[in-house]
Design a protein around this ligand. Structure first.
Ligand SMILES: NC(=O)c1ccc[n+]([C@@H]2O[C@H](COP(=O)([O-])OP(=O)(O)OC[C@H]3O[C@@H](n4cnc5c(N)ncnc54)[C@H](O)[C@@H]3O)[C@@H](O)[C@H]2O)c1
Length: 412
């Protein structure tokens, strides 16, 4: 079935030709923009993904998620015939390089699952060309690259392996793949040179490290960001508990004072990366990572902080209708993975409130149009600070907006 579908999907593509690169997980949030960027740079690219529905959408020229500039680029790239789509590992056998960008979630113990890369090796090794380049692009637990090197060698497979972490912000991948330096982590000159040549097709600057250095670089980068958001949220809570308006405090901290200009505002720090990468780092320290673990408690605690504040103000939330505006994990995104708006909805329902929720970009049959939320809710909470909420006529309504998305100040 997969071969027939491959032909149908890429009717204008000769699927016997060599490929420059196959992206395993190429239909995903990281894999698809990366595949488009490589094809746009002139490479012949194979997208290998097990999600048939996503492959069908891509073949029709439809992006499966929001990504700036990709709606225009995808049809252009499909017309060049340089993009092939398939759900069979066979295409790996025609490629000089394979890039692995599958998801790397933490498990029920908040640690990494090494099975993800055991399975990836099982998947690629039988088809891998002798001497191919294998690049890990997922965010990985330290040591994963060395594990893949050893697992391939044990099977008698000759390959150059590098770790080149993805550092884009979702939604801005196409722009950032070109503008950010690409980190090339490799433990042999050959692997490093080949990976550098490949990513040099996208970016003007590459930074060479060992694989272990690059693995830590990526985890430290995400954890640093997560900790900054936690500081922002805790400062907000301290001011709030002291009865001080944090809007003015934050302005006073940052205004014309460069040393503190990077203090973020409060908000939900969530999504598919920051939490789980901080937890991967905690697991790497044998769970002795007080800063990271405290950051997790603070950030994950924000929905409960809001619900408690509302309960204190109203006595009870029973009989109240609370509207949540924005269910994506961040502004101008349709990605709901690990979004704290869903945790907020659950906690509000536990507290007895009726909850109506909406989002500008997310499609979900439990969500309702913005107009319905505005008509029904007596309390509004901003869950994701989409631009659309800046111009709302709130008519003196009670609004919880820790983001200052409405522009009326940080309000709890
Ligand atoms: N999303 C981001 O903004 C971002 C940024 C930097 C790094 N990362 C990292 O990149 C990795 C991928 O994240 P993502 O957000 O793109 O995930 P995703 O779930 O959007 O994409 C993963 C893709 O892999 C496919 N897939 C899963 N198992 C497969 C298999 N065995 N064979 C073929 N295809 C398979 C899925 O169908 C999916 O299309 C993660 O490690 C993540 O931490 C993500």
């Amino acid at each position: 079935m997969t071969e027939a579908r491959t032909e149908t999907r890429a009717a204008r593509v000769d699927n016997t030709l060599p490929l420059d690169v196959v992206v395993l997980g190429g239909g995903g949030h990281v894999g698809l923009p990366l595949s488009l960027a490589f094809a746009d740079a002139g490479l012949r690219v194979g997208i290998y993904d097990i999600n048939e529905a996503t492959l069908d959408r891509i073949a029709r020229g439809e992006m499966p998620f929001l990504e700036s500039g990709a709606d225009e680029l995808l049809p252009d790239v499909l017309r060049t015939g340089r993009l092939e789509l398939g759900s069979s590992a066979d295409m790996i056998g025609r490629a000089d390089a394979v890039i692995v960008v599958i998801g790397t979630p933490v498990d029920e113990f908040l640690g990494p699952s090494m099975r993800v890369f055991e399975r990836a090796v099982d998947q690629i090794e039988p088809n891998l060309r002798d001497g191919a380049l294998v690049v890990l692009r997922s965010t990985v637990y330290p040591g994963t690259t060395e594990f893949v090197v050893a697992a391939l060698a044990e099977r008698g497979c000759r390959a150059d392996v590098a770790f080149c972490p993805e550092r884009i912000a979702e939604g801005h991948a196409l722009e950032e793949l070109a503008s950010l330096p690409q980190i090339v982590g490799a433990d042999t000159p050959a692997a490093g040179d080949r990976a550098e040549a490949l990513f040099g097709r996208l970016a003007s600057k590459t930074i060479r490290t060992t694989s272990r250095e690059a693995e830590l670089t990526k985890l430290f980068t995400n954890t640093w960001r997560y900790m900054k958001f936690a500081v922002a949220n805790q400062f907000f809570a301290i001011a709030d508990q002291a009865g001080v308006d944090y809007t003015n405090v934050l302005r006073a901290i940052r205004e014309d004072y460069p040393r503190a200009a990077d203090l973020p505002g409060p908000g939900f720090a969530a999504g598919p990366c920051l939490f789980k990468d901080t937890m991967q780092l905690a697991a790497f320290t044998s769970d002795h990572f007080p800063l990271g673990q405290a950051a997790m408690q603070i950030n994950e605690g924000m929905p409960a902080y809001i619900v408690s504040a509302l309960e204190r103000r109203h006595g009870t939330l029973r009989g109240r209708t609370v509207g949540i505006l924005g269910m994506a994990f961040k502004a101008e995104s349709d990605d709901i993975r690990a979004s704290l708006s869903f945790k907020l909805r659950k906690l509000l329902e536990w507290a007895g409130a009726r909850v109506v929720a909406t989002d500008e970009y997310v499609t979900d049959n439990r969500l309702v149009p913005l107009a319905d939320v505005l008509a029904e809710a007596d309390i509004l909470v901003i869950g994701a600070p989409h631009h659309a909420y800046r111009s709302l006529d709130l008519d003196g309504r009670e609004v919880v907006d820790i983001w200052n998305a409405t522009g009326a100040g940080i309000r709890l």
